[in-house]
Design a protein around this ligand. Structure first.
Ligand SMILES: Nc1ncnc2c1ncn2[C@@H]1O[C@H](COP(=O)(O)OP(=O)(O)OP(=O)(O)O)[C@@H](O)[C@H]1O
Ligand SMILES: [Mg+2]
Length: 326
């Protein structure tokens, strides 16, 4: 459910769709690369979701995974992709797959890192098949080093019929900032790669969102300008402001004191509260997914939102926040 229309990203969307056309027509010798960076909440995930929905022809396969924020484990991206998939038909040894899928009953015997990397590439190739497929890698800045190596391999892989869309916060935000910077540079250096850095929304797009949320809004431009100043044009902060003032009429957007940023009033959705309870109980994303009967990917989105809303730097901190709140 997303009542707010996506605004202001038409050029970016067109470019991504154009890259898909190149992949489909077989013009590229390797993957069609899209590297999308931007600050938290600027709309990277939203753009990717819109792009994937827009692709024509529909991709035969979409492999999507998000980094496990703040507690990355080896091959997090691939583990997210493999989660819930039938792996029996994959031409990869079962014990290797168990490692890659981060299964708790994975055998003690470890694979050498290189061998595991080759298995990971083989697994992705098998999942892609004849393609064309879309690979979505969200939040590269938070990925583990093994996943980054896998990405670098895939980026250089010949005859891989995929559109590879990567999102990342700027490398400075990463813990392993040099490694992340190097990976981003490498991915951006793939022939014909598309590199997009998303900036804040311009005032007219903030106005457009306000008008969509409050049809018939009088003096929309002036209010849009004020709200733009308030939110810095960050769509996440804007959506929070709208959520906080929902049901209160447009005056509420005006009547909030100028220094009360939306981030000061933490309001969690019912689902986020449930996820938070699970985190406080020490559950992994997989356990949360099972317990609430939602996908791991959805859990990851909720956890990411929770960290952002509670200003926590880890899930443990978010859980503590939950315990301490009145
Ligand atoms: N162009 C847009 N128009 C309208 N709403 C948007 C737009 N971009 C993002 N939003 C809304 O803003 C919020 C944050 O967007 P999103 O999750 O895509 O940000 P992000 O860049 O992926 O952030 P993060 O780095 O934390 O993952 C979402 O609620 C999303 O629907
Ligand atoms: Mg995102």
């Amino acid at each position: 459910m997303n009542p707010v229309p996506m605004v202001g990203r038409a050029d970016e969307l067109r470019e991504i769709v154009g890259q898909w056309a190149r992949v489909v027509s077989g013009d590229l010798s390797g993957p069609g690369m899209v590297v999308l960076t931007g600050h938290p909440g600027v709309g990277k995930s939203r753009l990717v979701a819109a792009a994937v929905e827009t692709l024509d022809p529909r991709p035969a396969t979409v492999l999507a995974g998000t980094a496990r924020l703040h507690s990355p484990a080896p091959y997090d991206w691939l583990a997210a992709v493999l989660s819930g998939r039938d792996m029996r038909t994959l031409p990869v040894p079962a014990d290797g797959l168990a490692w890659l899928a981060q299964e708790s009953q994975a055998p003690i015997e470890r694979y050498a890192p290189d061998a595991l990397l080759r298995l990971a590439v083989r697994t992705v190739r098998a999942l892609v098949g004849d393609g064309p497929a879309v690979l979505v890698v969200e939040d590269l800045h938070a990925l583990d080093p093994a996943s980054l190596s896998l990405l670098a391999e895939l980026a250089a892989a010949p005859r891989l019929p995929v559109l590879l869309i990567v999102t990342s916060q700027p490398a400075e935000a990463a813990v392993a900032r040099h490694l992340v910077a190097r990976t981003l540079a490498r991915l951006s250096g793939v022939p014909n790669a598309i590199r997009q850095h998303l900036g804040p929304l311009a005032p007219e797009f903030v106005t457009e969102i306000l008008t969509a949320a409050h049809p018939g809004l009088a003096d929309a431009d002036r209010l849009g300008e004020r709200v733009w100043q308030r939110t810095g044009g960050n769509p996440y902060l804007l959506s929070e402001l709208l959520a906080i003032t929902a049901g209160r009429g447009v005056e509420a957007l005006e009547s909030l004191p100028a220094d009360a940023g939306p981030e000061e009033a933490v309001e969690l959705t019912a689902r986020e509260l449930q996820v938070l309870e699970c985190l406080a109980a020490g559950m992994s994303n997989k356990q949360v997914a099972k317990s609430l009967d939602i996908s791991i990917r959805t859990v990851a989105v909720h956890v990411s939102n929770l960290l952002r809303k509670t200003g926590s730097s880890s899930r443990t901190e978010a859980a503590l926040w939950a315990v301490k709140r009145p």
